[in-house]
Design a protein around this ligand. Structure first.
Ligand code: GDP
Ligand code: IMO
Ligand code: MG
Length: 430
C-alpha cells in the first residue's frame, strides 16, 4: 500500500478538514504530517460542527486510527481542549489516536516569542496565528527542541526550564517582560500550569514510534491517508516568503513528517476553493477589496476557524493553482465552496499575470501585489441554488463550463465538487 495525500493548493482554509472526513471511511489510518494548532479544520455533519487544530479529521470514524505525525508540533493545552470538546460530544478520541514520540512540543514561551517577533516586525507583520509555530520549528531545526517522547524523562522539567530561560532572555532583549503577556486571555503563569497539567494527561495517551506504525500499516495492507494543514502558497520554500508558515505544506512534507519513503506516496488529492482567500498579511494578486470581495466573505462565511479574523477574498488564481499542482504532483482535484459563487451573474478567473505590461511566462519569484497585474477571463455565473444537486451530471451548465475551463487550464480532472459545508454536500465522479 501507499500513502495517499489530501492537501491544500491555495493559502489554507480550502476545506481540507471536510474532505478528509468525507474520504476517511475509505482509509484505515489518517495522519497529520505538519503544522500545528495554527490549523483549523472544520467538519460538519448531523447538524453538528467541530473545529480541529491538532487531531486528524478522521477522528469521527471509529474504525480509523488517527496519527499525529512527527512533523506536527503540539501545544498540549490546545490538544486537551480539543479532546475535551470531542468528549463532551460523547466521543472517546483517545481510543483511536496515536501521537508520534518525535513530534515537537510548543512551550508557552514559544508563544511569547511568536508575539514578540511579530510585534518587532511593526508594519511587516506576517499575521501569524500566534500559536508559537515559527519559534517551535526554529528550535527544532536549531536542535534545541523538546519532543513528546521526552515527557516521561526524569529530567523533563529541567529541559523545559533551560529552554524557557533561553526564550526569556530573548523576550527581555526585545524589551518585553513576562508580566505583560497573556495567552488565550490567561496570565502566563496560569497557562504554564495548564500546560504541565496537560503534559501529565498526555502520558495516558498512546505515544508511539509513529513512523514504524505507518510503515507497518502499509506493509500489512492497511490504507493510509495523510492530511495536510495550511496550503501550498503558505509553504516555507514555495509560498509567498516571508509571508508563509514554517513547515513544508507540500506533498514532499509527507515523507519527512511521517517517515515514509517517496516510493510510498500514492495518490495526491489537491483541494482548492472555487475562488481564493487568504488570512494574514502577504501578497494576494487576485484580492478584491470591494463589494464583490465582501460578498464572497459574507456568502462563504470567510472568517478564520482558528483566530476568527476576516479572510481576504478574491477570484480564482489559475497560474497559482497550476504552480501548486506542479509542486505537489497532484493527481486529482477537489473543488470546494462552489455554492458560494451561486449569487454571482459574472465570475472572474485569473489566467495570467502581467508585469510592466509584459505577460509572465513562469510563476514569479516575488508575488508582490504592486506591479503585478492579474489578467482575467470573465465567465458566466450559474446564479442558481445548488442545494438540490445530487450529482456532478446535474450541475448547471455554466458551472460545468467553469469546471471544464479549470480542468483544461491545469490539465487535471476535478473529481469532487463540494456544494456546502456538510459531509453530505459533496458530489463525486466516482
Ligand atoms: P481547512 O482549514 O482547509 O479545513 O478549512 P476551514 O475549515 O478552515 O475553512 C473551510 C470553511 O468552509 C469551513 O467553515 C467549512 O465548514 C466550510 N466549507 C467547506 N466546504 C464548503 C462548501 O462546499 N460550501 C460552503 N459554503 N462551505 C464549505
Ligand atoms: P489551515 O490548516 C489559513 C497563515 C497565518 C499567517 C501565516 C503564518 O486551517 O488551512 P503561523 O501561525 O503559521 O505563524 O502563520 O500563515 N496560516 C493559515 N492560514 N489556514 C491555516 O491553516 C493557516 N495556518 C497559518 O494566517 O498569515
Ligand atoms: Mg482552516
Amino acid at each position: 500500500m501507499k500513502v495517499d495525500v489530501i492537501l491544500g493548493l491555495q493559502w489554507g482554509d480550502e476545506g481540507k478538514g471536510k474532505i478528509v472526513d468525507v474520504f476517511s471511511p475509505r482509509y484505515d489510518v489518517i495522519a497529520r504530517f505538519q503544522g500545528g494548532p495554527n490549523a483549523g479544520h472544520t467538519i460538519e455533519f448531523d447538524g453538528k460542527k467541530f473545529i480541529l487544530h491538532t487531531i486528524p479529521s478522521g477522528i469521527f470514524h471509529r474504525n480509523s486510527m488517527n496519527v499525529i505525525g512527527n512533523g506536527v508540533i503540539i501545544d498540549p493545552v490546545i490538544l486537551f481542549r480539543e479532546i475535551g470538546k470531542l468528549s463532551e460530544a460523547g466521543m472517546k478520541p483517545w481510543e483511536n489516536l496515536l501521537i508520534a514520540n518525535r513530534a515537537h512540543l510548543i512551550l508557552p514561551t514559544h508563544r511569547l516569542l511568536d508575539a514578540v517577533y511579530e510585534s518587532a516586525k511593526k508594519d511587516a507583520k506576517i499575521g501569524s496565528t500566534l500559536k508559537g509555530i515559527g519559534p517551535t520549528y526554529t528550535d527544532k531545526y536549531a536542535r534545541n527542541g523538546i519532543r513528546v517522547g521526552n515527557i516521561c524523562y526524569p529530567g523533563f522539567r529541567k529541559m523545559y526550564e533551560s529552554l524557557k530561560e533561553l526564550h526569556l532572555k530573548t523576550v527581555t532583549t526585545y524589551g518585553f517582560d513576562l508580566a505583560s503577556f497573556t495567552l488565550d486571555g490567561l496570565p502566563f503563569a496560569e497557562y504554564e500550569t495548564q500546560w504541565f497539567e496537560s503534559i501529565e494527561k498526555m502520558k495516558d495517551l498512546k505515544v508511539v514510534d509513529a513512523e514504524v506504525f505507518i510503515n507497518k500499516s502499509l506493509v500489512e495492507g492497511r490504507s493510509v491517508l495523510a492530511e495536510g494543514a495550511q496550503g501550498t502558497m503558505l509553504d516555507v520554500d514555495f509560498g509567498s516568503y516571508p509571508f508563509v508558515t514554517s513547515s513544508s505544506t507540500v506533498a514532499a512534507g509527507v515523507c519527512t513528517g511521517l517517515g515514509v519513503s517517496p516510493h510510498n506516496i500514492g495518490k495526491v488529492f489537491g483541494v482548492f476553493k472555487a475562488y481564493c482567500t487568504r488570512v494574514g498579511s502577504g501578497p494576494f494578486p487576485t484580492e478584491l477589496e470591494n463589494e464583490t470581495g465582501n460578498k464572497l466573505r459574507t456568502g462563504g462565511k470567510e472568517f478564520g476557524s482558528t483566530t476568527g479574523r476576516p479572510r481576504r477574498c478574491g477570484w480564482l488564481d489559475l497560474p497559482a493553482l497550476r504552480y501548486s499542482i506542479m509542486l505537489n504532483g497532484v493527481d486529482s482535484l477537489i473543488m470546494m465552496k462552489a455554492d458560494v459563487l451561486n449569487p454571482f451573474e459574472k465570475l472572474g478567473v485569473c489566467t495570467a499575470y502581467k508585469e510592466s505590461g509584459k505577460l509572465l511566462s513562469s510563476y514569479p519569484f516575488e508575488l508582490s501585489s504592486e506591479g503585478l497585474e492579474p489578467q482575467y477571463t470573465e465567465m458566466e455565473g450559474w446564479n442558481t441554488d445548488l442545494s438540490s444537486n445530487t450529482s456532478m451530471e446535474r450541475l448547471p451548465l455554466p458551472l460545468k463550463k467553469y469546471i471544464k475551463f479549470i480542468e483544461d487550464f491545469v490539465e487535471l480532472p476535478i473529481d469532487t465538487v463540494s456544494i456546502g459545508p456538510d459531509r453530505l454536500q459533496t458530489l463525486q465522479t466516482k
